[in-house]
Design a protein around this ligand. Structure first.
Ligand SMILES: Nc1ncnc2c1ncn2[C@@H]1O[C@H](COP(=O)(O)OP(=O)(O)OP(=O)(O)O)[C@@H](O)[C@H]1O
Length: 466
Protein backbone atom coordinates (compact mmCIF):
# COMPACT_ATOMS: atom_id res chain seq x y z
CA UNK A 1 0.00 0.00 0.00
CA UNK A 2 1.48 3.39 -0.97
CA UNK A 3 2.19 5.84 1.85
CA UNK A 4 1.32 9.49 2.16
CA UNK A 5 4.05 12.05 2.82
CA UNK A 6 3.65 11.75 6.58
CA UNK A 7 3.93 7.96 6.19
CA UNK A 8 0.23 7.26 6.81
CA UNK A 9 -0.95 4.64 4.32
CA UNK A 10 -3.08 6.10 1.47
CA UNK A 11 -6.73 5.12 1.22
CA UNK A 12 -7.14 3.33 -2.09
CA UNK A 13 -10.60 3.90 -3.55
CA UNK A 14 -12.05 2.25 -6.67
CA UNK A 15 -15.05 3.92 -8.30
CA UNK A 16 -17.09 1.49 -10.43
CA UNK A 17 -19.58 3.55 -12.42
CA UNK A 18 -20.62 3.25 -16.08
CA UNK A 19 -22.02 6.78 -16.19
CA UNK A 20 -19.01 8.83 -17.28
CA UNK A 21 -20.21 12.11 -15.81
CA UNK A 22 -21.16 10.56 -12.48
CA UNK A 23 -17.87 8.68 -12.20
CA UNK A 24 -16.02 11.98 -12.69
CA UNK A 25 -18.22 13.62 -10.12
CA UNK A 26 -17.43 10.94 -7.52
CA UNK A 27 -13.76 10.82 -8.42
CA UNK A 28 -13.42 14.62 -8.23
CA UNK A 29 -14.88 14.83 -4.74
CA UNK A 30 -12.99 11.83 -3.43
CA UNK A 31 -9.68 13.14 -4.83
CA UNK A 32 -10.04 16.45 -2.96
CA UNK A 33 -8.35 14.66 -0.08
CA UNK A 34 -4.68 14.15 -1.10
CA UNK A 35 -4.53 11.00 1.07
CA UNK A 36 -6.96 9.27 -1.30
CA UNK A 37 -5.73 7.32 -4.29
CA UNK A 38 -8.76 7.13 -6.57
CA UNK A 39 -9.12 4.87 -9.63
CA UNK A 40 -12.19 5.04 -11.87
CA UNK A 41 -13.53 1.98 -13.70
CA UNK A 42 -16.23 2.37 -16.31
CA UNK A 43 -16.16 -1.34 -17.17
CA UNK A 44 -16.83 -4.22 -14.76
CA UNK A 45 -14.21 -6.40 -16.48
CA UNK A 46 -11.42 -3.91 -15.85
CA UNK A 47 -12.62 -3.47 -12.29
CA UNK A 48 -12.50 -7.23 -11.63
CA UNK A 49 -9.04 -7.45 -13.17
CA UNK A 50 -7.81 -4.74 -10.78
CA UNK A 51 -9.47 -6.29 -7.71
CA UNK A 52 -6.27 -8.15 -6.63
CA UNK A 53 -4.91 -4.66 -5.80
CA UNK A 54 -7.27 -4.90 -2.81
CA UNK A 55 -8.78 -1.44 -2.62
CA UNK A 56 -9.77 -0.13 0.81
CA UNK A 57 -13.06 1.23 -0.53
CA UNK A 58 -15.21 0.48 -3.57
CA UNK A 59 -18.14 2.62 -4.68
CA UNK A 60 -20.39 0.26 -6.60
CA UNK A 61 -23.04 1.57 -8.96
CA UNK A 62 -26.06 -0.65 -8.58
CA UNK A 63 -27.04 -0.42 -12.24
CA UNK A 64 -24.33 -1.83 -14.46
CA UNK A 65 -25.28 -3.23 -17.84
CA UNK A 66 -24.91 -7.01 -18.06
CA UNK A 67 -24.11 -7.47 -14.35
CA UNK A 68 -26.05 -7.79 -11.13
CA UNK A 69 -24.90 -5.68 -8.19
CA UNK A 70 -25.03 -8.73 -5.87
CA UNK A 71 -22.70 -10.71 -8.16
CA UNK A 72 -20.10 -7.95 -8.24
CA UNK A 73 -20.38 -7.51 -4.47
CA UNK A 74 -19.97 -11.29 -4.08
CA UNK A 75 -16.69 -11.14 -6.03
CA UNK A 76 -15.43 -8.23 -3.91
CA UNK A 77 -16.32 -10.02 -0.66
CA UNK A 78 -14.61 -13.17 -1.82
CA UNK A 79 -11.45 -11.74 -3.38
CA UNK A 80 -10.85 -8.72 -1.19
CA UNK A 81 -12.66 -9.39 2.09
CA UNK A 82 -11.25 -6.32 3.86
CA UNK A 83 -12.64 -3.92 1.24
CA UNK A 84 -15.53 -1.65 2.29
CA UNK A 85 -18.16 -1.56 -0.46
CA UNK A 86 -20.45 1.47 -0.72
CA UNK A 87 -23.46 0.87 -2.94
CA UNK A 88 -24.42 3.89 -5.04
CA UNK A 89 -28.05 3.67 -6.08
CA UNK A 90 -30.90 5.78 -7.34
CA UNK A 91 -33.77 6.67 -4.95
CA UNK A 92 -35.91 3.94 -6.46
CA UNK A 93 -33.35 1.22 -5.65
CA UNK A 94 -33.07 1.77 -1.91
CA UNK A 95 -34.63 -1.61 -1.05
CA UNK A 96 -32.10 -3.35 -3.27
CA UNK A 97 -29.27 -1.35 -1.70
CA UNK A 98 -30.44 -2.46 1.74
CA UNK A 99 -30.46 -6.09 0.51
CA UNK A 100 -26.84 -5.61 -0.60
CA UNK A 101 -25.97 -4.33 2.86
CA UNK A 102 -27.39 -7.55 4.29
CA UNK A 103 -25.12 -9.41 1.87
CA UNK A 104 -22.06 -7.58 3.21
CA UNK A 105 -21.93 -4.06 1.68
CA UNK A 106 -20.83 -1.46 4.23
CA UNK A 107 -23.34 1.31 3.43
CA UNK A 108 -25.22 2.92 0.58
CA UNK A 109 -25.36 6.35 -0.97
CA UNK A 110 -28.28 7.51 -3.03
CA UNK A 111 -27.82 9.76 -5.98
CA UNK A 112 -29.39 12.99 -4.80
CA UNK A 113 -28.42 16.47 -3.69
CA UNK A 114 -26.69 15.19 -0.56
CA UNK A 115 -24.48 12.62 -2.23
CA UNK A 116 -21.29 14.65 -1.86
CA UNK A 117 -21.62 15.19 1.93
CA UNK A 118 -22.75 11.63 2.59
CA UNK A 119 -19.87 10.26 0.52
CA UNK A 120 -17.37 12.28 2.57
CA UNK A 121 -18.80 11.30 5.90
CA UNK A 122 -18.99 7.58 5.05
CA UNK A 123 -15.45 7.55 3.67
CA UNK A 124 -14.19 9.29 6.83
CA UNK A 125 -15.93 6.67 8.96
CA UNK A 126 -14.46 3.88 6.83
CA UNK A 127 -11.00 5.39 7.33
CA UNK A 128 -11.46 5.37 11.10
CA UNK A 129 -12.52 1.71 10.90
CA UNK A 130 -9.48 0.90 8.76
CA UNK A 131 -7.16 2.62 11.26
CA UNK A 132 -8.73 0.68 14.13
CA UNK A 133 -8.46 -2.56 12.22
CA UNK A 134 -4.79 -1.93 11.44
CA UNK A 135 -4.07 -1.13 15.08
CA UNK A 136 -5.82 -4.32 16.12
CA UNK A 137 -3.84 -6.35 13.59
CA UNK A 138 -0.62 -4.75 14.83
CA UNK A 139 -1.54 -5.60 18.43
CA UNK A 140 -2.39 -9.17 17.47
CA UNK A 141 0.96 -9.47 15.68
CA UNK A 142 2.77 -8.18 18.76
CA UNK A 143 0.94 -10.59 21.07
CA UNK A 144 1.66 -13.51 18.72
CA UNK A 145 5.30 -12.44 18.52
CA UNK A 146 5.60 -12.34 22.32
CA UNK A 147 3.98 -15.73 22.60
CA UNK A 148 6.25 -17.33 20.03
CA UNK A 149 9.29 -15.71 21.67
CA UNK A 150 8.19 -17.31 24.94
CA UNK A 151 7.86 -20.69 23.22
CA UNK A 152 11.44 -20.63 21.94
CA UNK A 153 13.22 -18.92 24.80
CA UNK A 154 11.70 -20.28 27.95
CA UNK A 155 11.74 -18.35 31.19
CA UNK A 156 9.62 -16.13 33.40
CA UNK A 157 12.32 -15.00 35.85
CA UNK A 158 12.99 -11.29 36.20
CA UNK A 159 16.40 -11.37 34.44
CA UNK A 160 14.89 -13.30 31.51
CA UNK A 161 11.99 -10.86 31.25
CA UNK A 162 14.56 -8.13 30.76
CA UNK A 163 16.15 -10.23 28.01
CA UNK A 164 12.78 -10.69 26.25
CA UNK A 165 12.13 -6.99 26.30
CA UNK A 166 15.55 -6.25 24.75
CA UNK A 167 15.07 -8.97 22.14
CA UNK A 168 11.76 -7.39 21.12
CA UNK A 169 13.40 -3.98 20.80
CA UNK A 170 16.30 -5.43 18.83
CA UNK A 171 13.90 -7.22 16.48
CA UNK A 172 12.05 -4.00 15.69
CA UNK A 173 15.14 -2.19 14.38
CA UNK A 174 18.19 -2.94 12.29
CA UNK A 175 20.65 -1.98 15.01
CA UNK A 176 23.68 -4.20 15.75
CA UNK A 177 23.30 -6.45 18.76
CA UNK A 178 26.02 -7.84 21.02
CA UNK A 179 24.93 -10.87 23.03
CA UNK A 180 26.97 -11.80 26.07
CA UNK A 181 26.70 -14.63 28.55
CA UNK A 182 28.42 -17.78 29.72
CA UNK A 183 28.61 -20.80 27.45
CA UNK A 184 25.28 -22.55 26.90
CA UNK A 185 23.11 -19.68 28.15
CA UNK A 186 21.26 -19.44 24.84
CA UNK A 187 23.16 -16.75 22.92
CA UNK A 188 22.58 -18.39 19.54
CA UNK A 189 18.93 -18.97 20.42
CA UNK A 190 18.57 -15.24 21.17
CA UNK A 191 20.25 -14.34 17.87
CA UNK A 192 17.84 -16.61 16.00
CA UNK A 193 14.87 -15.15 17.86
CA UNK A 194 15.92 -11.60 16.93
CA UNK A 195 16.26 -12.63 13.29
CA UNK A 196 12.98 -14.53 13.21
CA UNK A 197 11.05 -11.61 14.65
CA UNK A 198 12.73 -8.96 12.52
CA UNK A 199 11.80 -7.65 9.09
CA UNK A 200 14.61 -9.89 7.72
CA UNK A 201 12.87 -13.07 8.88
CA UNK A 202 12.28 -14.22 5.30
CA UNK A 203 15.99 -13.85 4.55
CA UNK A 204 18.69 -16.33 5.63
CA UNK A 205 20.11 -16.67 9.15
CA UNK A 206 23.75 -17.70 8.92
CA UNK A 207 25.79 -18.55 12.03
CA UNK A 208 29.59 -18.63 12.13
CA UNK A 209 31.49 -19.73 15.19
CA UNK A 210 34.67 -17.68 14.94
CA UNK A 211 36.53 -19.81 17.49
CA UNK A 212 35.79 -23.02 15.61
CA UNK A 213 37.49 -21.95 12.36
CA UNK A 214 41.29 -21.76 12.05
CA UNK A 215 42.21 -18.09 11.74
CA UNK A 216 43.93 -18.55 8.36
CA UNK A 217 40.66 -19.89 6.90
CA UNK A 218 38.31 -17.44 8.56
CA UNK A 219 38.72 -14.66 6.01
CA UNK A 220 37.76 -16.85 3.06
CA UNK A 221 34.96 -18.41 5.15
CA UNK A 222 33.49 -14.96 5.73
CA UNK A 223 34.22 -13.22 2.43
CA UNK A 224 34.56 -16.17 0.01
CA UNK A 225 37.38 -16.76 -2.47
CA UNK A 226 38.03 -16.86 -6.18
CA UNK A 227 39.12 -20.03 -7.91
CA UNK A 228 42.89 -20.51 -7.39
CA UNK A 229 43.12 -17.78 -4.75
CA UNK A 230 45.24 -20.11 -2.62
CA UNK A 231 46.31 -23.73 -2.58
CA UNK A 232 43.16 -25.81 -2.23
CA UNK A 233 40.82 -23.13 -3.64
CA UNK A 234 39.74 -25.35 -6.54
CA UNK A 235 36.56 -23.45 -7.28
CA UNK A 236 34.99 -20.07 -6.56
CA UNK A 237 33.21 -20.08 -3.24
CA UNK A 238 30.96 -17.41 -1.83
CA UNK A 239 31.47 -16.49 1.78
CA UNK A 240 29.09 -16.33 4.73
CA UNK A 241 28.48 -12.61 4.13
CA UNK A 242 27.13 -13.25 0.64
CA UNK A 243 25.24 -16.30 1.91
CA UNK A 244 23.53 -14.11 4.52
CA UNK A 245 22.63 -11.39 2.00
CA UNK A 246 19.19 -9.95 2.82
CA UNK A 247 19.26 -11.66 6.21
CA UNK A 248 21.32 -11.91 9.38
CA UNK A 249 24.89 -13.02 10.03
CA UNK A 250 25.55 -14.25 13.58
CA UNK A 251 29.21 -14.12 14.54
CA UNK A 252 29.62 -16.24 17.65
CA UNK A 253 32.73 -15.81 19.84
CA UNK A 254 33.69 -12.59 18.06
CA UNK A 255 36.24 -11.95 20.84
CA UNK A 256 38.40 -14.71 19.34
CA UNK A 257 38.88 -12.90 16.01
CA UNK A 258 42.40 -11.76 15.15
CA UNK A 259 43.00 -8.02 15.07
CA UNK A 260 43.98 -8.10 11.36
CA UNK A 261 40.69 -9.64 10.37
CA UNK A 262 38.80 -7.27 12.68
CA UNK A 263 40.08 -4.37 10.51
CA UNK A 264 38.86 -6.07 7.33
CA UNK A 265 35.49 -6.79 8.90
CA UNK A 266 35.20 -3.21 10.08
CA UNK A 267 35.71 -2.05 6.48
CA UNK A 268 33.01 -4.43 5.26
CA UNK A 269 30.59 -3.07 7.84
CA UNK A 270 31.34 0.50 6.80
CA UNK A 271 31.35 0.00 3.02
CA UNK A 272 28.65 -2.71 2.96
CA UNK A 273 30.63 -4.63 0.36
CA UNK A 274 32.96 -7.61 0.49
CA UNK A 275 36.03 -8.53 -1.51
CA UNK A 276 36.47 -12.24 -2.07
CA UNK A 277 39.98 -13.52 -1.33
CA UNK A 278 41.96 -13.39 -4.60
CA UNK A 279 39.60 -10.90 -6.24
CA UNK A 280 39.97 -7.23 -7.06
CA UNK A 281 36.26 -6.51 -7.41
CA UNK A 282 33.73 -5.99 -4.66
CA UNK A 283 30.25 -7.44 -4.05
CA UNK A 284 27.56 -5.39 -2.28
CA UNK A 285 25.95 -7.04 0.69
CA UNK A 286 22.97 -6.14 2.84
CA UNK A 287 23.52 -8.04 6.06
CA UNK A 288 22.58 -7.43 9.66
CA UNK A 289 25.32 -8.40 12.08
CA UNK A 290 24.63 -9.97 15.46
CA UNK A 291 27.63 -10.92 17.57
CA UNK A 292 28.13 -12.96 20.71
CA UNK A 293 30.95 -13.46 23.13
CA UNK A 294 31.55 -14.93 26.54
CA UNK A 295 34.40 -12.45 27.06
CA UNK A 296 34.28 -8.91 28.37
CA UNK A 297 35.14 -7.12 25.13
CA UNK A 298 35.95 -3.87 26.87
CA UNK A 299 38.68 -5.71 28.80
CA UNK A 300 39.95 -7.05 25.48
CA UNK A 301 40.01 -3.50 24.10
CA UNK A 302 42.06 -2.38 27.10
CA UNK A 303 44.39 -5.31 26.57
CA UNK A 304 44.80 -4.39 22.90
CA UNK A 305 43.40 -7.67 21.53
CA UNK A 306 40.17 -6.08 20.32
CA UNK A 307 40.08 -2.93 18.19
CA UNK A 308 38.31 -0.07 19.90
CA UNK A 309 36.71 1.26 16.68
CA UNK A 310 35.48 -2.24 15.85
CA UNK A 311 34.09 -2.60 19.37
CA UNK A 312 32.03 0.58 19.06
CA UNK A 313 30.93 -0.29 15.50
CA UNK A 314 29.51 -3.61 16.68
CA UNK A 315 28.15 -2.61 20.05
CA UNK A 316 24.51 -1.54 19.42
CA UNK A 317 22.06 -3.09 21.87
CA UNK A 318 23.74 -5.28 24.49
CA UNK A 319 21.77 -8.32 25.55
CA UNK A 320 23.24 -10.07 28.55
CA UNK A 321 22.05 -13.61 29.21
CA UNK A 322 22.14 -14.47 32.90
CA UNK A 323 23.63 -17.81 33.91
CA UNK A 324 21.02 -20.50 34.51
CA UNK A 325 21.79 -20.56 38.27
CA UNK A 326 20.45 -17.00 38.49
CA UNK A 327 17.12 -17.82 36.86
CA UNK A 328 15.44 -19.58 39.81
CA UNK A 329 12.50 -21.75 38.78
CA UNK A 330 13.16 -21.23 35.06
CA UNK A 331 15.34 -24.33 35.50
CA UNK A 332 12.20 -26.43 35.94
CA UNK A 333 10.26 -24.73 33.16
CA UNK A 334 13.11 -25.37 30.74
CA UNK A 335 13.62 -28.93 32.04
CA UNK A 336 9.94 -29.72 31.51
CA UNK A 337 10.02 -28.39 27.96
CA UNK A 338 13.22 -30.31 27.16
CA UNK A 339 11.58 -33.46 28.52
CA UNK A 340 8.41 -32.92 26.52
CA UNK A 341 10.30 -32.38 23.26
CA UNK A 342 12.75 -35.23 23.89
CA UNK A 343 10.03 -37.79 24.67
CA UNK A 344 7.98 -36.74 21.66
CA UNK A 345 10.97 -36.86 19.31
CA UNK A 346 12.03 -40.27 20.55
CA UNK A 347 8.58 -41.87 20.55
CA UNK A 348 8.62 -42.24 24.37
CA UNK A 349 5.53 -41.81 26.55
CA UNK A 350 5.59 -38.43 28.24
CA UNK A 351 7.41 -38.29 31.58
CA UNK A 352 7.40 -35.97 34.55
CA UNK A 353 9.94 -35.08 37.24
CA UNK A 354 9.41 -36.27 40.82
CA UNK A 355 9.51 -33.67 43.57
CA UNK A 356 12.95 -34.84 44.67
CA UNK A 357 14.25 -34.78 41.10
CA UNK A 358 13.03 -31.20 40.79
CA UNK A 359 14.77 -30.21 44.01
CA UNK A 360 17.96 -31.82 42.83
CA UNK A 361 17.81 -29.93 39.53
CA UNK A 362 17.22 -26.66 41.35
CA UNK A 363 20.21 -27.21 43.64
CA UNK A 364 22.78 -27.55 40.89
CA UNK A 365 24.98 -24.64 39.74
CA UNK A 366 25.12 -25.56 36.00
CA UNK A 367 28.52 -24.38 34.82
CA UNK A 368 27.38 -25.51 31.34
CA UNK A 369 24.05 -23.67 31.73
CA UNK A 370 21.05 -24.71 29.59
CA UNK A 371 23.19 -26.98 27.42
CA UNK A 372 24.15 -28.94 30.55
CA UNK A 373 20.57 -29.04 31.83
CA UNK A 374 19.48 -30.42 28.45
CA UNK A 375 22.06 -33.21 28.58
CA UNK A 376 21.11 -34.08 32.18
CA UNK A 377 17.36 -34.14 31.54
CA UNK A 378 17.64 -36.14 28.32
CA UNK A 379 19.84 -38.71 30.03
CA UNK A 380 17.38 -38.91 32.93
CA UNK A 381 14.55 -39.53 30.47
CA UNK A 382 16.49 -42.47 29.04
CA UNK A 383 17.53 -43.87 32.41
CA UNK A 384 14.14 -43.67 34.09
CA UNK A 385 11.95 -46.71 33.82
CA UNK A 386 8.50 -45.47 34.70
CA UNK A 387 6.75 -42.30 33.67
CA UNK A 388 8.19 -40.36 36.63
CA UNK A 389 11.85 -39.37 36.62
CA UNK A 390 13.26 -40.00 40.08
CA UNK A 391 16.15 -38.27 41.74
CA UNK A 392 18.34 -41.33 41.13
CA UNK A 393 17.99 -40.73 37.38
CA UNK A 394 19.46 -37.25 37.64
CA UNK A 395 23.17 -37.60 36.97
CA UNK A 396 24.94 -34.43 37.91
CA UNK A 397 28.66 -33.95 37.91
CA UNK A 398 28.50 -31.61 40.82
CA UNK A 399 26.21 -32.85 43.57
CA UNK A 400 27.08 -30.37 46.27
CA UNK A 401 25.58 -26.91 45.89
CA UNK A 402 28.11 -24.45 44.55
CA UNK A 403 28.43 -20.90 45.73
CA UNK A 404 25.81 -18.94 43.83
CA UNK A 405 23.53 -21.94 43.21
CA UNK A 406 19.78 -21.27 43.36
CA UNK A 407 20.13 -19.49 46.67
CA UNK A 408 17.00 -20.38 48.65
CA UNK A 409 17.16 -24.08 47.86
CA UNK A 410 20.88 -24.33 48.59
CA UNK A 411 20.39 -22.68 51.98
CA UNK A 412 17.50 -24.99 52.75
CA UNK A 413 19.68 -27.97 51.95
CA UNK A 414 22.52 -26.84 54.19
CA UNK A 415 20.17 -26.43 57.13
CA UNK A 416 18.75 -29.96 56.97
CA UNK A 417 19.06 -32.21 60.01
CA UNK A 418 20.48 -35.72 59.85
CA UNK A 419 16.95 -37.15 60.16
CA UNK A 420 15.85 -35.07 57.20
CA UNK A 421 18.80 -36.32 55.16
CA UNK A 422 17.85 -39.89 56.06
CA UNK A 423 14.24 -39.21 55.02
CA UNK A 424 15.47 -37.81 51.70
CA UNK A 425 17.47 -40.95 51.04
CA UNK A 426 14.60 -43.28 51.93
CA UNK A 427 12.23 -41.25 49.76
CA UNK A 428 14.69 -41.47 46.86
CA UNK A 429 14.88 -45.25 47.21
CA UNK A 430 11.10 -45.52 47.44
CA UNK A 431 10.83 -43.64 44.15
CA UNK A 432 13.57 -45.72 42.56
CA UNK A 433 12.02 -49.06 43.60
CA UNK A 434 8.47 -48.17 42.72
CA UNK A 435 7.45 -47.71 46.37
CA UNK A 436 8.18 -51.36 47.17
CA UNK A 437 8.91 -51.13 50.91
CA UNK A 438 10.32 -54.67 51.11
CA UNK A 439 12.92 -54.00 48.40
CA UNK A 440 13.83 -50.60 49.78
CA UNK A 441 14.38 -52.13 53.24
CA UNK A 442 16.61 -54.79 51.70
CA UNK A 443 18.62 -52.26 49.70
CA UNK A 444 19.13 -49.93 52.63
CA UNK A 445 19.73 -52.82 54.99
CA UNK A 446 17.18 -51.62 57.52
CA UNK A 447 14.09 -53.29 58.93
CA UNK A 448 10.82 -52.82 57.08
CA UNK A 449 9.32 -51.50 60.26
CA UNK A 450 11.74 -48.54 60.16
CA UNK A 451 10.35 -47.52 56.81
CA UNK A 452 6.74 -48.14 57.79
CA UNK A 453 7.33 -45.99 60.86
CA UNK A 454 8.69 -43.18 58.71
CA UNK A 455 5.65 -43.47 56.45
CA UNK A 456 3.32 -43.32 59.46
CA UNK A 457 5.10 -40.24 60.75
CA UNK A 458 4.84 -38.72 57.28
CA UNK A 459 8.59 -38.37 57.02
CA UNK A 460 8.42 -40.19 53.70
CA UNK A 461 5.53 -40.80 51.34
CA UNK A 462 4.15 -43.54 49.21
CA UNK A 463 3.38 -42.58 45.61
CA UNK A 464 -0.28 -41.64 46.04
CA UNK A 465 0.45 -39.46 49.08
CA UNK A 466 3.60 -37.77 47.72
N1 LIG B 1 15.82 -20.09 27.56
C1 LIG B 1 15.95 -21.25 26.91
N2 LIG B 1 14.87 -22.02 26.76
C2 LIG B 1 14.97 -23.21 26.13
N3 LIG B 1 16.11 -23.71 25.61
C3 LIG B 1 17.21 -22.98 25.72
C4 LIG B 1 17.18 -21.69 26.36
N4 LIG B 1 18.42 -21.19 26.33
C5 LIG B 1 19.20 -22.10 25.70
N5 LIG B 1 18.48 -23.17 25.31
C6 LIG B 1 19.01 -24.38 24.64
O1 LIG B 1 20.31 -24.61 25.20
C7 LIG B 1 21.24 -25.03 24.21
C8 LIG B 1 22.42 -24.06 24.18
O2 LIG B 1 21.98 -22.81 23.64
P1 LIG B 1 22.90 -21.93 22.67
O3 LIG B 1 23.66 -22.78 21.70
O4 LIG B 1 22.04 -20.85 22.11
O5 LIG B 1 23.92 -21.34 23.75
P2 LIG B 1 25.17 -20.37 23.53
O6 LIG B 1 25.13 -19.40 24.64
O7 LIG B 1 25.16 -19.83 22.13
O8 LIG B 1 26.38 -21.39 23.73
P3 LIG B 1 27.94 -21.17 23.31
O9 LIG B 1 28.42 -19.96 24.05
O10 LIG B 1 28.58 -22.42 23.82
O11 LIG B 1 27.96 -21.03 21.84
C9 LIG B 1 20.47 -25.09 22.93
O12 LIG B 1 20.01 -26.41 22.74
C10 LIG B 1 19.28 -24.16 23.16
O13 LIG B 1 18.18 -24.55 22.36
Amino acid sequence: MPDTQDNKPCTRIFVLEDDLWYSQFLSYHLSLNPDHEVKVFNSVDNFLKALPERPDVVTLDYHLPGYKGEDILGRVLQESPNTYTLVVSGQEDITKAVALMKQGAYDYISKNGETKERLWSIVEKVKQDITLRRELEELRREVAQRESLGRELIGTSEPMRRVFSLVEKAAKSNINVTITGETGTGKELVARAIHQHSSRAKGPFVAVNVSAIPSELLESELFGHEKGAFTGAAALRIGKFEEANGGTLFLDEIGEMEVGLQSKLLRVLQEREVTRVGSTGTVSVDVRILTATHRNLLDEVRRGTFREDFYYRLLGIQVHLPPLRERGHDVLLIAQRILQVFCAENGMPSKSLSGEAQKRLLRHAYPGNVRELKAVVELAAVLSEGDVIGVEDIQLEELQPKAGAAIGIADMEEEKTLDEHIADTVQRYLERYDYNVVRVAEKLKVGRSTIYRMIRRKEVFLKEEA
